[in-house]
Design a protein around this ligand. Structure first.
Ligand code: ATP
Ligand code: PRP
Length: 215
């Protein structure tokens, strides 16, 4: 069996937590990923390679079969949609919540609140499910600035410790989803490379369980 298995990793915050988990599952890049400008890495397994790409691109690579497996936040997966993707394992890292937030004490009586977010699909679904009409303003980061500058009444963003909200005079309101990083597998890869994928899935599952057991 010579088929190469390609695993797409989200760079940034998730990568820092993914690499130790992969190491627990005995998958180690051949060089130090965090100190490299490369995007494609060999591992201690001749048939496994790692891609390091933007978090939002991971589902796209995997759904199109350009990578076989991916590691991405549930927020990114919900925003992208699940077409062509299996989500077999919660990796239990990068836990946080996706929430609506507003300035502390803000009166939200607005007929049609303006909501700033980078998660426009999730936000549209969330409010329309409740028959609440909102205007969604797409941003690419620093959502907390939008209500301060009068650009929006609310934001939809990731909340973990709540420190970013507090530092900007904001408070969390409603939880839209509990988030953690997930392993995803492409539909085609699941069929054609199942014999390669199963051992990776098994060792990652064991690594996640072991960590839960230790905590
Ligand atoms: P990009 O820079 O490509 O736009 P990003 O800024 O969303 O991506 P990160 O901030 O590294 O990238 O976040 C990656 C993922 O980590 C998110 O999709 C989410 O699942 C998770 N995450 C983000 N913020 C937190 C947080 N404060 N605590 C825990 N997990 C988080
Ligand atoms: C994320 C998120 C929030 C913050 C929440 O931003 O967008 O701003 O973390 O975490 P907290 O509740 O613990 O403060 P990040 O730090 O990843 O920066 P970014 O805006 O560049 O994505």
């Amino acid at each position: 069996m010579t088929t190469t298995l390609t695993i797409a990793l989200s760079k940034g915050r998730i990568l820092k937590e993914t690499l130790p988990l992969l190491a627990d599952a005995d998958i180690r890049p051949s060089v130090d990923i965090t100190n490299s400008r490369k995007l494609l890495f060999e591992t201690n397994h001749p048939h496994i390679q790692l891609l390091v790409i933007r978090a939002t691109d991971v589902p796209t690579y995997v759904a199109h079969g350009a990578a076989d497996i991916g590691v991405a936040g549930k927020d990114v997966l919900l925003e992208h949609g699940s077409a062509g993707l299996y989500e077999p394992l919660d990796l239990n890292i990068c836990r946080c919540r996706l929430m609506t937030c507003a300035m502390v004490g803000a009166r939200l009586g607005n007929q049609r609140p303006r909501v700033a977010t980078k998660f426009v699909n999730i936000t549209r679904r969330y409010f329309s499910k409740q028959s609440r009409q909102v205007d969604i303003i797409k941003l690419y980061g620093a959502m907390e600035l939008a209500p301060i500058m009068g650009l929006a009444d609310q934001i939809v963003d990731i909340v973990d410790t709540g420190n970013t909200l507090r530092a900007n005079g904001m408070e969390p309101l409603e939880t839209i989803a509990n988030i953690s990083a997930r392993m995803v597998v492409g539909g085609t890869a699941m069929k054609l490379k199942h014999a390669r994928i199963q051992p990776v899935m098994d060792s990652l599952t064991a690594a996640v369980s072991q960590r839960q057991h230790n905590n």
